[in-house]
Design a protein around this ligand. Structure first.
Ligand code: GCW
Length: 720
């Protein structure tokens, strides 16, 4: 163990030997050609310095740190902590010099002074400071200035410059203040330390092995973990949980005897402002501490958590906290002791509180031993039924982590009613970047439009707060990561865009998915003289913008969900889960399809929403088409708002979805000479599988509903 740790510390990280994703060298050119000045102290400022030095070395610029002489040296770019500027650069009383000035020492000093003065005015107007992660960006007199009150802000400011490229060095503009909307922007890795006999190295991982673990040991790939941290910082992520929420025997020990392994990861992620969190088992006091119970109200159990947590913080002072999946899909939890989830979460919160740590307690709790004949038990109800009554009982440092939908990361679900039901609790909303139910990184499926829709959803009606507002005031956003040891990080190279977009939407949930995609395209596909950038951009938009809706078209219809093959969840199997204990049904028979979740005649789930949604979803007349079968059981001839019958809509969308994937393939071919051949080959191979699989979905779903309903296609296409 010791030897491994020393090896980790000794090797120099070289983030360049893995695929650069959205940080190719070329993305640093605009910075690298300039005279750069960095002012400030601290690990993260050192990171900024190292980054600009690397860029300057490559592209011929210069990078200086903390000038000692009076005043500032000439520079084209200044990145400074506000308290680290030499006294001479204090706010100017005179306005800045004319734009024509070149960046002399005077210009630099004046630009910094002007930016500082404008920042003071801006923060006074806002009534808020930049905070620990915010930054201000301005351009005066040929000098670009990034100011931050704290080192993390400087790091995020640097990556904003990378995103802007030459545009950061264009016309003069006054200070623009940037602050993240979500303070907590987290990725959960479902990575196992041991290879799990069923789930493998990464549960629901579609990009090879884990970047952290390999066959029971730390993987020890310092370069890759460092490169990962850098990519995450560049899209704004600031927390990572390093092991699966299903905590098995070996993984449980990361908390105690294998803590060194976590310390090593924390050391690698820290220089990019990423805090480490750990998924722990609720039974830890028994399985690790030898206690006879894990009862949250037992004093010995509380002491064990307090002592164990103290040991974690002694080694990782900026440790983020614990993540817990309890009483869910076989994981232990407080129910075994007749306690509830507030008792369970508060136990860990109490242990973490002295250090400022948080517990992310997942609301994904449901009965996975259902009987399909029992129509009163509804999995969609479960999280609300368990958690809403506990509102107000959680300690301040508990974050209840709620999946965005009431079931399980399906292609289409309504927003979880829990999000509107717990005003006295800090909530985090959980997304799934790993494409478990959205094509497993074999299919192109750009998920930002889906997440954006959810984040903009207003649970109390159009005038009220949005899902993003609830998360911003509470525990932020969390997503299950999609990376692995695959050469392109994410298996499908275009799936990198989902990871990037998740980070950016955490930073600002109002960004439009298409503009986020533009950012990703511009960064990822480095400019090349032979390439027509507009053709590349347009074609990628044509392939990706609508790809989530395309995926929806050829898979389970109208919000009913699942219909996937049991176990691995890839490909179609309409009745795959229909008679299983998992509670994911569509109830198709010869007359109709869908789940009646109304108050009037169904499971009553619609009653978990506040108005207007409780009414809107209850009525078949006002329920949106795309969620119809989630909320209602209807005859095949039911007329949708779009003018089609349910059965004809199923046929049409499935044929259409296949046609759209065929078009994606043709478009991708056009890019043959415009993108890196290895990327092109990988995407081509994945698209071939996507088209095969889309046809299979189309055949199976259409044949199934044709046979059940006996209704032919109005356009006479072949159905089996
Ligand atoms: O979607 C389901 C997955 C499980 C996962 C679970 C969860 C980690 O199929 O693999 O377990 O959700 O979110 O806990």
């Amino acid at each position: 163990m010791r030897r491994h740790r020393d090896q980790v510390r000794m090797s120099t990280p070289d983030p360049t030997d893995v695929h650069p994703a959205w940080l190719p060298d070329e993305a640093w050119r605009a910075i690298g050609v300039r005279r750069i000045l960095v002012c400030g102290e601290g690990t993260l400022v050192d990171t900024v310095q190292a980054e600009v030095e690397r860029a300057a070395d490559r592209y011929g610029g210069t990078a200086r740190r903390n000038p000692t002489e009076a005043g500032l040296p000439p520079a084209d770019l200044v990145l400074a902590l506000t308290d680290a500027l030499p006294p001479d650069s204090s706010p100017a009383t005179e306005p800045g010099p004319p734009e024509t000035l070149t960046a002399t020492a005077t210009a630099t000093t004046t630009a910094v002074a002007t930016a500082t003065a404008q920042l003071a005015t801006a923060t006074a107007q806002l009534g808020e400071s930049l905070g620990v992660e915010g930054f201000a960006l301005a351009r005066h007199a040929g000098v670009t200035v990034v100011l931050a009150d704290a080192p993390a802000g400087l790091l995020y400011g640097l990556f904003e410059l990378v995103r802007l490229g030459e545009a950061a060095f264009g016309p003069t503009h006054p200070v623009r203040v940037h602050r993240p909307v979500m303070a907590r922007r987290m990725l959960d890795h479902w990575d196992n330390v041991d290879v799990h006999p069923v789930m493998g190295q990464v549960e629901r991982g579609y990009a090879g092995g884990s970047i952290f673990w390999h066959d029971g040991r730390p993987r020890g790939d310092v370069a890759r973990v460092t490169a990962y941290a850098r990519l995450l910082a560049a899209c704004g992520i600031n927390a990572v949980s390093v092991n699966n929420v299903n905590v098995h025997a070996t993984e449980a020990r990361l908390l105690t005897e294998r803590l060194d392994d976590v310390v090593d990861l924390a050391d690698l992620l820290r220089p990019y402002a990423i805090r480490v969190h750990l998924a722990v088992t609720f039974a830890a006091p028994m399985v690790l501490g030898g206690l006879p119970t894990a009862d949250p109200l037992d004093q010995a159990v509380r002491d064990w958590w307090a002592e164990t947590t103290a040991r974690v913080y002694a080694r990782i002072p900026d440790f983020g906290g614990y993540l817990v999946k309890a009483d869910s899909e076989g994981q232990p939890g407080p129910f075994s002791y007749g306690r509830d989830h507030a008792d369970g979460a508060n136990l860990l919160a109490e242990a973490l509180a002295p250090y400022g740590g948080v517990v992310h307690w997942r609301a994904f709790v449901y009965n996975h031993r259902q009987d399909w004949r029992d129509r009163s038990t509804d999995r969609a109800r479960a999280a609300y039924d368990h958690f809403a009554p506990l509102d107000g009982r959680f300690r301040d440092n508990v974050i209840v982590q709620v999946k965005h939908g009431p079931i399980d990361f399906q292609t289409r679900e309504p927003v979880s009613p829990v999000i509107a039901a717990m005003p006295g609790t800090r909530l985090a909303v959980e997304f799934q970047v790993t494409q478990e139910y959205t094509g497993q990184q074999k299919h192109v499926c750009y998920l930002a439009p889906w997440w954006s829709e959810i984040l903009r959803f207003a649970p109390w009606g159009d005038d009220g707060r949005t899902v993003a507002d609830v998360a911003a005031d509470g525990g932020g956003l969390v997503a299950v990561s999609n990376v692995g040891d695959d050469e392109f990080w994410t298996g499908h190279p275009l799936a990198q865009a989902n990871l990037y977009a998740f980070g950016r939407l955490c930073w600002n949930p109002r960004l439009r998915p298409q503009e986020v995609l533009d950012e990703w395209i511009d960064l990822t596909f480095a400019p090349d003289a032979r390439v027509d950038p507009e053709l590349l951009r347009r074609t990628l938009h044509e392939i990706m913008d609508d790809s989530w809706r395309t995926y929806e078209r050829y898979t389970a219809p109208l919000g009913v969900g699942f219909m996937v093959r049991p176990g691995h969840h890839y490909g179609p199997d309409v009745d795959g889960y229909e008679y299983t204990p998992w509670g994911t049904y569509h109830f198709a028979d010869r007359d109709g399809v869908g789940v009646d979740r109304t108050r009037a005649t169904g499971t009553g789930f619609t009653g978990q929403y506040p108005p207007p949604w409780s009414e809107q979803y209850e009525s078949i007349d006002t329920c949106p088409d795309e969620l119809l079968l989630f909320f209602h059981h209807v005859p095949y001839g039911h007329l949708l708002h779009c003018g089609s019958t349910v059965i004809q809509h199923i046929y049409d969308t499935h044929f259409e979805g296949v046609r759209e994937v065929e078009a994606m393939c043709r478009r991708w071919e056009w890019l043959a000479r415009l993108v890196d051949p290895a990327v092109h080959a990988r995407v081509t191979e994945r698209l071939a599988e996507q088209v095969r699989c889309a046809r299979e979905w189309c055949d199976q779903v259409n044949a199934y509903f044709h046979r059940k309903s006996g209704i032919p296609d109005a356009h006479g296409r072949a159905l089996h």
